[in-house]
Design a protein around this ligand. Structure first.
Ligand SMILES: C[S@@+](CC[C@H](N)C(=O)[O-])C[C@H]1O[C@@H](n2cnc3c(N)ncnc32)[C@H](O)[C@@H]1O
Length: 415
């Protein structure tokens, strides 16, 4: 990973990804349909006009959007999702928005059904606010934090143990494709890595293709997959920012399922343990419900990880990234026992020699059959199988820490 081969290279101050335009050559539109090409052209036109928009939380968006009812500039239209008069937009931009079938007529004026947000040097197109639809395509502050985790993790790994570029990077639950686009920007110019954008939501795959093309990702595939189920081997790097809340409407970008939203995150860890190639890496950005000072995600994962024999601190790292997000969720009855929702980063690296993960998981299956707790559908995963030491502490901004795998009780709760 070229940037990683040059750890002295500074990261940009604001947004996490640094795309090197010289390496990410002008993309062809091949593979995009007419509507996607219009979106890609709209993104290019906005970039050419110097458009920038940092996507805030939904709460912030609601407050700011309410301050003025009508759009006055491009950021109002494509960032703040404000209604606009037809003559506000240059005709060429309105035409592209129409070709993309992304404009609605409302009593207050026209409305773009999509937003464009700044991500490094590029723009990512995603759903307009409010994201009420079941198939809304997510992008937000979590994505910016996810990108920082990816950047930190890959830089550390490359510094401590330089490796050949991955053959495949899976952006699992890709949404806009931000994770895979960032990974592509960090690869050496001649790396033949393929980025696999996967999601259960086809609307996300549709926009990820536009975003990857706009950002100049040279080799990518979009694949409908429930987690890693449809992903072929080999899998060298998995990047995941899955849903981690309990959403009464069960929207794909929000609903994590399982106990207090941890279901998908637990399944991702189990699938990664089973499917990662030797030396492969999982970078999981997710959240943990904290109940009576206990981190329920860690309590679910620790026994499973302990049985794999992976070494804490090097092959397994668990860090708190933000101790308190989505505080407003705690008012809902489903969260009555939860005192806070903590954003965490989990990185897992399979040893470079083969055999450890699968052997460990056979034992794990047997144990799960006995305890039945959070047992995932691993049998399906297997049927569908298309198959360092880190010496620095790298604590998160709020004091995240590496965890012991042997004694989760002593480690649970706030760091
Ligand atoms: C919180 S969004 C994150 C999107 C993107 N990775 C980012 O960081 O901005 C979670 C994504 O996971 C997808 N997802 C939910 N359940 C999934 C599943 N079972 N398999 C694959 N993707 C899933 C959603 O459709 C959504 O795009």
């Amino acid at each position: 990973m070229s940037e990683l081969l040059d750890p002295a290279r500074p990261a940009p101050a604001e947004a996490p990804p640094a795309r090197a335009p010289d390496r990410m050559a002008a993309p062809p539109d091949s593979g995009l349909d007419h509507r996607q090409q219009a979106l890609r052209a709209l993104g290019s036109a906005l970039l050419a006009r110097g458009y920038r928009f940092i996507c805030p939380t939904p709460d912030t968006q609601a407050i700011v959007a309410a301050r003025k009812p009508q759009a006055r500039d491009l950021r109002d239209v494509f960032g703040w999702s404000r209604p606009f008069a037809p003559d506000l937009l240059p005709a060429a931009l309105l035409s592209l928005l129409r070709q993309a079938d992304a404009v609605s007529v409302t009593p207050d004026g026209l409305l773009s059904r999509l937003r464009f947000s700044t991500f490094g040097d590029s723009l990512l197109v995603h759903s307009a606010w409010p994201t009420t639809q079941n198939d809304a395509v997510f992008f937000g502050p979590d994505t910016y934090r996810f990108a920082q985790l990816i950047r930190r993790t890959l830089a550390r790994r490359q510094r401590d143990r330089p490796l050949a570029p991955p053959r495949t990077v899976v952006d699992l639950g890709c949404g806009t494709g931000a994770g895979g686009i960032l990974a592509a920007s960090l690869l050496p110019p001649r790396a033949a890595t393929r980025i696999l954008f996967t999601d259960i939501n086809d609307a996300a795959l549709d926009l990820a293709a536009v975003n990857a093309t706009l950002a100049g990702v040279p080799r990518f595939t979009c694949l409908h997959s429930d987690l890693l189920t449809a992903v072929p081997d080999p899998i060298d790097l998995v990047l995941a920012n899955p849903p981690y809340l309990l959403d009464p409407e069960q929207r794909a970008y929000r609903h994590g399922g399982g106990t207090l939203g941890i279901g998908l995150s637990v399944r991702i860890v189990e699938q990664a343990l089973q499917r990662l190639a030797p030396g492969g890496l999982l970078v999981l950005y997710t959240a943990a419900p904290i109940v009576d000072g206990r981190d329920l995600l860690w309590e679910a994962l620790a026994p499973r990880l302990a049985r794999t024999g992976l070494r804490p601190g090097s092959e397994v790292r668990y860090e708190e990234i933000d101790p308190d997000v989505f505080g407003s969720e705690l008012a809902s009855p489903a969260y009555a026992r939860v005192e806070r929702i903590s954003v965490v980063g989990l990185t897992l690296q399979r040893p470079a020699h083969a055999g450890v993960g699968r052997a460990a998981l056979v034992a794990l299956d047997a144990l799960d059959a006995l305890d039945g707790v959070n047992a995932p559908d691993r049998r399906n995963d297997r049927d569908d199988d298309c198959s360092d030491d880190d010496r620095d502490d790298d604590r998160g901004p709020h004091g995240g820490a590496r965890r012991s795998l042997r004694d989760p009780a002593s480690e649970s709760g706030e760091d």
